[in-house]
Design a protein around this ligand. Sequence first.
Ligand SMILES: [Zn+2]
Length: 467
Amino acid sequence: MPNFLSRLSLIIFIISLSFDVYAQKVEETEDAFFIKAIYDQVLSSSSCYDWLDHLSSNIGGRLSGSEAAARAVEYTRDMLDTLGLSRVHLQDCMVPHWERGEKEVVYMTSKKTGKRTNLDVLALGNSVATIATGISGEVVEVKSLDDLEKLGEAGLKGKIVFFNRPMDPTQIRTFNAYGGAVDQRVWGPTKASKYGAIGALVRSMTTKIDDIPHTGVTVNEEGNVKIPALAVSTMDAELLSATLKEGIVEVYIKTDCKTFEDAPSHNVIGEIIGSEFPEEIILVGGHLDSWDVGGGAHDDGAGCVHAMEVLNILTKLNYRPKRTLRCVLFMNEENGLGGGKAYAEASDKNNEYHLAAIESDAGGFTPRGFSADGHADIFSERYKNVSKWLPLLEPFGLSFSKGGSGADISPLKGQKGMLFGFRPDSQRYFDYHHTAADTIDAVNQRELEMGAAAITSLVYLIDKYGL
Ligand SMILES: [Zn+2]
């Protein structure tokens, strides 16, 4: 009898086990079908490319505090209003207001040959104006912030400092190369001013050699004199460096930049309230502001329309989320993070919980996956959990890696949810980043749509299973 009982329990065990396996297989098949349906929907009828075209071509460059940024807020709110979401609203924030003014003029003169050459430049965000007649000075080339200390006041006073360390071309992910060079742009001019430099030129942040200057933010450290600071194209950086090898070079700089009082602005938020766990928020976002030149198509109009499209697709597929899905278009990522900070402050104050936040701020290129980050208390276990979804995502070329998420969502880390950065192919991103060339023509519609589908697939899995 005991023998019979143990055999019976073994049979029951095997049946229940196989039922579990069967049930799991059914779930996996259902998920695979749904993810395919997401891709089908986006690739056959999505709005993200049209939205991006309007944002980058009709509204154009939309630096915080500008009229164009205000129009981008109105436009994206209106578009979210058409999607039939639970709620669309604007969240107040304060942002800096800096304007480039008239086109910059920079030329170099070789003391040896007397030859004068115009350089392709763009003032950096936060740069000041020169006097109306411009300024001139002898150029000193440096490769790092450490070089400034070595030269000191004796070597830098009255000079124009030229930062010329290229982005490391051997880095496979171009964002790592950017991270390794951008200290020159962010901190170089103000540190040079500390030693009496009167102006700064910074080699553009790109691995490509061309005549397109790349702007971006520079910081004015408290107590240091603010000096005109400009990005110079890589081609002209090479030329300037080569000319310096022949002898003394003098550079003339004229800028017209102005900094105004901080201005009120907004994050744009649309959400679908969850049916079972409305207090668990899954955020998808990008940043609505861009630099003033170009159309901010890859940076970061693409991220904004990705986030909007996630809610659009799931609605079109009649998907009813269990958790609250929230699209946030952050203001002022480029030069201050006013929007990201205001969002996190309000969220913490309201005791909100972001189960997950996903930021798309790496362009509209072919999706490769997601980098994941999170508070040390929760990260390892949840990273293991999301990795179980790889068999569903790998057929679409997606993987997970550990790493940073996004500047706007990283203040949410303390809520102990998971943070993800959408990671498309990075090889061409710095051909366009912060330039006049970042327009809709630089965006491939299909690649942009694939990105929206990739993010939607991850949102679907997080919503269905939690973390
Ligand atoms: Zn960006």
